[in-house]
Design a protein around this ligand. Structure first.
Ligand SMILES: [Zn+2]
Length: 260
């Protein structure tokens, strides 16, 4: 049976949280059998763990989104260490750099990202990395690359990867996986489609980032885990292979990366 894994979503979002049972059932109809909820701060980390406790299909990733690092307190890292003992906590994320929203200056974001990278190494967990640049500017990718290069023991995935093929090669060289969201289905995303064509079969995974980044043909609606199916289908079309091959490769990659 075909299996697709939504490696990144936010079911804690108010648009989704009231209908998790239905979302999981609909996901299963579209062959999406595992769902990884990614926290962005303390309450959402707790929620991701709660969902993992309640639903067999759900797993959790815990961390602080770069737009939320103001919420980090003295206890935050000890709380993360405690939460990471949970068997369904798979990774540290989403963490990284966001120069689009720029809630904190670059140096503050880099310092926080550094701490999360070090935490992931300490806990031997992969990273789920969010990198967002300003329009027409690669500064966030440059800074992330320079930082990750200093940590050969770190591993993880570049979530909803927004770099071009040159950046793809750089992060692949460092050993990172690359994840595709609904963006790859957008007409106005030729660069991401080029990256999808170029990414090797053993290094890419898929996600929704639900409720955001809804793929075609549901663009404009609230995204949900089952729609990972459409992203996988689009990548199959771009790579001129079958959906089954994309499902098999991305599931094997996710299972290896996250040890599920
Ligand atoms: Zn996210």
């Amino acid at each position: 049976m075909m299996q697709i894994i939504d490696t990144h979503c936010h079911l804690d979002d108010e648009r989704l949280i009231g209908q998790v049972d239905a979302l999981i059932a609909r996901a299963r109809e579209l062959s999406v059998t595992k769902i990884i909820n990614v926290g962005v701060n303390t309450p959402t980390n707790e929620k991701a763990i709660e969902l993992a406790d309640k639903y067999e299909e759900c797993f959790a990733v815990i961390g602080f989104h770069p737009a939320d690092i103001k919420l980090i307190t003295d206890e935050s890292f000890d709380v993360l260490r405690e939460q990471a003992k949970h068997e369904k906590v798979l990774a540290i994320g989403e963490v990284g750099l966001d120069y689009h929203w720029m809630e904190d200056p670059e140096d503050v974001q880099i310092a926080a990202f550094k701490k999360f990278i070090e935490l992931s190494i300490e806990l031997d967990l992969p990273l789920v990395i969010h990198i967002r640049s300003k329009k027409n500017d690669d500064a966030a990718l440059v800074d992330a690359y320079e930082l990750l290069k200093q940590y050969p023991k770190a591993r993880g995935v570049m979530h909803s990867f927004a770099g071009d093929v040159v950046w793809l090669e750089k992060f692949l060289e460092l050993g990172y996986y690359v994840s595709f969201s609904g963006v790859v289905t957008f007409k106005n995303a030729p660069v991401t489609q080029e990256v999808a064509k170029a990414v090797p079969m053993d290094r890419f995974i898929v996600e929704t980032d639900a409720p955001y980044l809804t793929p075609v043909p549901h663009r404009g609606e609230t995204n949900e885990p089952g729609y990972t199916y459409y992203t996988a289908q689009k990548i199959a079309d771009l790579k001129e292979i079958t959906l089954e091959e994309v499902a098999a490769a991305t599931s094997a990659n996710a299972e290896k990366l996250f040890k599920i």
